[in-house]
Write a protein that binds this ligand. Structure first.
Ligand SMILES: Nc1nc2c(ncn2[C@@H]2O[C@H](COP(=O)(O)OP(=O)(O)OP(=O)(O)O)[C@@H](O)[C@H]2O)c(=O)[nH]1
Ligand SMILES: [Mg+2]
Length: 405
């Protein structure tokens, strides 16, 4: 991700496959609507030159406590203090890979292990085997279209006598999946703005992990030396502002907010002024996952995008859709809906740690020409990974010893 941010943005576009598109109200899963309570306007900052008011209350679901985060960071990089500097990087990298592998274990069980079990003792690739393989791919949430393409490819390679036994078929499936993942991982074209901050607008339905991902992203940017400003654009849910403020405190970054119920466009308008005047590098804006009427959510997001562009030409530089991997195929419908409304330029897939539906990653890359920027593999600050197709496929298919199958 830092490569993505520092160097350039990836080229974007939309490619679609025919799949059933749900009505917006079916896709945007509702939760209990919370009445917004008016609160004092605030700009929480430790860098601001002007005096500011800070309103900070404990939100109900702010995620893990700071102590847990510190402990988790220690746990995440067990080899970081290795005395021999020359060995440090590979060892840490290996530890990171093993952690990713462990977090993807449910998906590996539901997908690769089932493929292994299917192939056990089989000597020939016949129609029955391919049909059963297709079923595994579909139930592992790779999507019907992706599964069909994989099986069609395998079938034609069998016909061309390129594949003869199940072991080569597994390698072929792995290779084809990697090709889907790499096809949207191409080099960037867009450069960082000449002046002003790089603006990221984060969107997604409620509960997918937008605010948490924003906190984690901010942590990554700060670690790479960027100054980050968070914008509390979810003015609908009463505790949303406080939840972002807590993340701001954890990460040590500023949060611009107004009272609950305020117009999110006005919040970001002020935030862009604030960031431009103080030379912030990055603005990350949180948005609501639901509003009183669902159709209005999309209209609200369109308005925010328009206002950003008027205030800072070229902004937003990234519209990041957050998808919850545990929702499986519903995520595909969400991606379509948000893309049609505001034009998605990057995707983060969260909660891959708790689900057997990780095949959705392959489905997203196959169905959309939108790069996956990050994957979320836990609730803690360091549990956001840059999406690396090779690493992901190895974590899924590899033995874990040396990354080979
Ligand atoms: N296991 C796991 N949990 C996650 C991950 N990302 C987010 N969560 C959890 O998902 C829950 C919802 O996260 P939020 O960040 O509040 O989601 P949101 O999209 O901002 O929700 P709304 O503000 O209601 O729209 C929280 O309990 C997070 O800790 C992840 O990668 N793995
Ligand atoms: Mg939120």
């Amino acid at each position: 991700m830092l490569g993505w941010f520092k160097k350039k943005l990836k080229k974007l576009g939309i490619g679609k496959k025919e799949e059933e598109v749900l009505a917006p109200e079916e896709i945007i899963q509702d939760a209990q609507e919370v009445e917004a309570e008016p609160e004092a306007p605030c700009v929480e900052t430790d860098q601001a030159e002007e005096p500011v008011d800070v309103v900070l209350e404990a939100p109900p679901d702010a995620g893990p406590l700071p102590e847990e985060i510190v402990a988790a960071e220690d746990e995440a990089q067990p080899c970081a203090e290795e005395p021999q500097a020359v060995q440090e990087e590979p060892v840490v990298k290996k530890g990171m890979f093993q952690r990713l592998r462990a977090r993807l274990s449910k998906t590996r069980d539901s997908f690769v292990r089932r493929v292994d079990a299917l192939f056990l003792g089989k000597r020939v690739i016949d129609d029955e085997l391919l049909d059963e393989l297709e079923e595994i791919l579909i139930t592992a949430d790779l999507g019907v279209g992706t599964a069909q393409d994989l099986i069609d490819d395998a079938r034609s390679r069998v016909a061309r006598k390129e594949l003869s036994d199940p072991a080569t078929l597994k390698a072929a499936i792995k290779e084809k999946i990697l090709s889907y993942l790499l096809s949207v991982d191409r080099p960037a074209e867009l450069v960082m703005p000449e002046s002003g901050p790089f603006v990221i607008m984060v969107v997604g339905v409620n509960g997918v992990g937008k605010t948490t991902t924003i906190g984690k992203m901010a942590h990554k940017f700060v670690k790479s030396g960027q100054s980050v400003l968070l914008v509390a654009g979810d003015t609908f849910r009463a505790a949303a502002v406080e939840q972002l403020q807590i993340w701001g405190e954890r990460v040590g970054v500023n949060v611009v907010s107004q009272k609950s119920g305020a117009d999110p466009s006005s919040v970001v308008y002020d935030a862009i002024d604030f960031a431009t005047n103080r030379n912030f590098d990055v603005i990350i804006m949180d948005t609501a996952g639901r509003l009183h009427t669902k159709v209005n959510l999309m209209e609200e997001l369109k308005k925010i995008k328009r206002v950003m562009g008027k205030k800072l030409p070229g902004a937003p530089h990234e519209i990041m859709l957050v998808l919850d991997a545990t929702t499986g195929q519903n995520g595909i419908s969400q991606a379509r809906l948000f893309d049609e409304a505001v034009g998605i330029t990057g995707i983060t897939l969260t909660k891959l740690d708790g689900t057997a539906k990780g095949g959705i990653v392959v489905n997203v890359c196959h169905d959309f020409n939108i790069p996956i920027r990050f994957i979320g593999i836990g609730e803690k600050m360091e549990d956001l990974r840059d999406f690396d197709p090779n690493e992901f496929v190895e974590a899924l298919f590899g033995t874990g010893e040396n990354g080979s199958s």
